[in-house]
Design a protein. Sequence first.
Lengths: 326, 437
Amino acid sequence: MTSETTSKSPEAAAVPPPGASREKKRVPQGHRRLLTRRDRVTLAFMAGVPTVLHVALVWVTALASIALAFTTWDGIGFDSIKWVGLDNFRQLFTDNPQFWPAVEHNVIWFVVLILIPTPMGLFLAVQLDKRIRFSRVYQTAFFLPVVVSLAVTGFVWQLVYNPDTGLINSLIGANKPGHYIDWIGNPDLNLWAVLVAASWRHTGYMMILYLAGLKGVDPSLREASALDGANEWQTFKNVIFPTLRPTNTVVLVVTIIEALRAFDLVFVFNKGAQGTELLSILITNNIIGESSRIGYGSAIAVVLLVISLAVIIPYLIATFRKERRA
Amino acid sequence: MHDLTPSGLSVPGPSRRTLLRGVGGAAALGAGIPLLSACGGSGSSASDTKTVTLGSNASDAVPKKAFASVYTAFQKQSGITVKVNTKDHNTFQEQINSYLQGTPDDVFNWFAGYRMQFFASKGLASPIDDVWEKIGGNFPEAMKKLSKGADGKYYFVPLTTYPWAIFYRKSVFQQHGYEVPTTWDELVALCKQMKKDGLVPIAFGDKDAWPAMGTFDQINFRLNGYDFHVQLMAGKASWTDAKVKAVFDHWSELLPYHQDGFMGRTWQDAAQTLVSKKAGMYLLGSFVAQQFTNKADLDDLDFFAFPEINSAYGQDTVEAPTDGFMVSKSPKNHDGVVKLLEYLGSPAAEELYLKGDPSVVAASNKASTSAYSALQKKAFEMIGGAKSLTQFMDRDSRPDFTSTVMQPGLQKFLQNPKGVDSLLSSIERQKKTIFAS
């Protein structure tokens, strides 16, 4: 493209600007000439196709889902859509025994991910950053759970937790009548059991993010703090960690997203039975499949959307403000 | 049917098939455009009088092959080819709404009961009274009742069925000198005795959330009768009714004799405790026999009907989920469809199918029972002798109600049997809004 535009522009540049009035006319003309017909078609495609896809797949669907949240619809024929106002939300907030637990579990999911696997991932990243022997092997080992699909992770962990033949119950002898520990079914246990699996994966994810961040830390900073006589912990706390600020922002956003979109692991683990209800699973159960409570499911989806926006918008505002200042 | 749940959903878990489906989906995307044009081409040939299209959910090897043999026999007899489009069992069920609204096949596999009536009343199925004029004589009264829509017209041709009952091993009962219980008190006493003898009285696994529905159904129609059960399932009777409360009271009495840790156990694992003689009884559909892979074990398997609770109803109702065929809203080859359904409603077709898939029994009482195993014979007699047949909670009621309210509700009860009152009022509130829509 550049070669084409430059091959055209000399002609425009060769003409010396005879006067201000002439130049005024010439500028838009030359601008037009910068883009050939082919360029314009290409540009139209490059901008148009993503726009169409984005509008159709993001905006239209999101707005349709919001609109459907105020209706009841069994998915059969458009004429069966009935406007019900805020009924779906009223039912959701007052009558649905699964809704508030689901919100709570999504929050717990986030809190646990940020409190346990995230510092753990940072710790591993710091250790691996020291160029210890077999660093690559460890990296691969810790990162492997991230590569594996969450559905597979869920499947593997539910084998580990199986009450009769699972690894844990077999090892501790909790698979005999009267001694059962029901990791998958017991509503006081199952969320924590599944969070162990989620943390197992999230640790590796966080490790890679922090490792990338640490690689970007200027080595002279370490040298300087070493010269000042700071020990390892002091260096980390006062020098390294503050420079990881951009990484921390990414980690926070990623963790929030992970907590809100948590679905596959639990769905495979126990389909979101009592104790592990999640918003995403409630949406699926109501919309997908034969049940087809599309309006009601959309209402839950809208709640999830509002929560996501409440988290994302302040983040975006803060980022843009920072950019403007810079 | 093979690794299917009674609700007809195939057992979840990332199987090879799921993966293959993913690959197939990707391939279909790539091949989408040529496929569409191919559809246009075949559209004209589908409307000829020599082809009938059929949407099938029989994706498992055994039923698929058994159905294929039936269609081949039909082609030989009538000269009409059945073009089968098989979809994964689970996917078929989940997509049924959009499938029936789009361009469905002429005939499709479906289940009897409320689920069938739902699509009939939505105008997504064609009445087939003309077919039933010919095949009516082949079926007992209870099957006829199951095949009718809410408007009294026929919409369904049943092919196979199987019963829910309490399964046990003859050798275990013999060894301990147990008698088959015929009343509730005898059942409770037997449970106590089994516990004393170191057995798990009732094997149980509710990880998939549907098995508990089976227990509820049994206690409810034994205690409150078929009519009340139907009313309750149709959303007409109230869940806060004292009769429903009584069902849960009975269930609570039996719950301590159920296998521990059931919330995390699949029905297959629970069945293994019966296979290994660690459990005395198991309330399930006759598909439990699939877990008895050893011939000697299978011969040792027997069952009895859930005991009587209320003498007014005795043991007059049998839960017998029935599979069969329906016709889509505007079949392209109507005459061919009628011929096909007439054939599928004949004893010959059922016998042929059962030859390929002996895990179920024929819906027709005219089909020969000579090839049946002892278990099949007993199942057939039990269903034939029933005054009323139910399907299963999720086939007898609205699927949105059973999947989003009853499945979590019953699991909640199993975790906390004392919280029945608040649970029932919550179920009733949710039921009202769902059935109102």
